[in-house]
Design a protein around this ligand. Sequence first.
Ligand SMILES: [Zn+2]
Length: 333
Amino acid sequence: MIELSKSQEERAMRLHKEAIVIDTHCDSLGGYLPSRGRPTKVFAEDNETGQIDLPKLVKGGVTCQVFAICTASGPIVPDATFRALKQVDYFYNVMNKLPNFTGVTTADEIVEAKNKGVVTGLLALEGAEPLMGDIALMRVFYQLGFRMISFCHNNRTPWADGLGFKRSEGKLPELGVKGLEEIQRLGIVFDVSHITDHGFWDVCDLMKGPFIASHSNCRALCDVPRNLTDDMIHALADHDGVMGMNYLGGFVAKENANLEKMVDHIDRIVNLVGPNHVGLGSDYDGGGRLPELNDTSMVPNMTRELVKREYSDEDILKILGGNFLRVFKKVLK
Ligand SMILES: [Zn+2]
């Protein structure tokens, strides 16, 4: 575990308490829905299984958790919209009715909730399958409160090619280009995690403002297609974007992934482009898990490791959530 002096420990706890902590990716929401009539996990309770629920978010000092809805990966998934809407219903009719949790759609609401000690959740689509290849449904999902969208998981959708389709070497299809225009017009955060490299560079050409990689690390430290190359990290930073660090072991290191190796990715990004372009994107309940970051209640360990590496107060607050808050302020209306 992380060895800190008493004063370092106090500094870490003070900073973590002060910080607006934002995690831009988890796959937890679907797990709260009853399966075969029985609830498997309950958001309001400290569940034995699962990595995110309200008591764990409170314990971990998380201010804003992005809840991604990932229905199924594929060109057209007939019941994707239905399955997404069932999760939206749980978000509003169960989670949002709890006294110390609220759904948000703006940066100001996150700051306000932090001051009141309320945990917030923001809805995201991981893969645009529920939009059924129709831009009108993007507007409907915006009305439902979605403020982050990626066009694809690992498969091909009508909007973009996911990493499984990298041999196509394709740019975005017309629908993807129109979709990006609509995303910018509405004020939705665009997420490039899971898109092919060719798709990434096309997005760079087409996006005027910031975009993010909600849960991707550095390819130079762990060579998997889900991570970004140094050139991509520079391009993301040139757009004033942010990348969320993914705790999935196989994206952190080829072997013995742990918190130290995770924070090596943060060091690299800070060395490449400065401290304004990195944040947290756990991938909890989607494969994210490290010995020191077993579930979201353990996020303070991230702060402790950053203190141990002598990051400044200002930079630690940025990494924990300040950077993503900046993007949210710029993009969300
Ligand atoms: Zn993912």
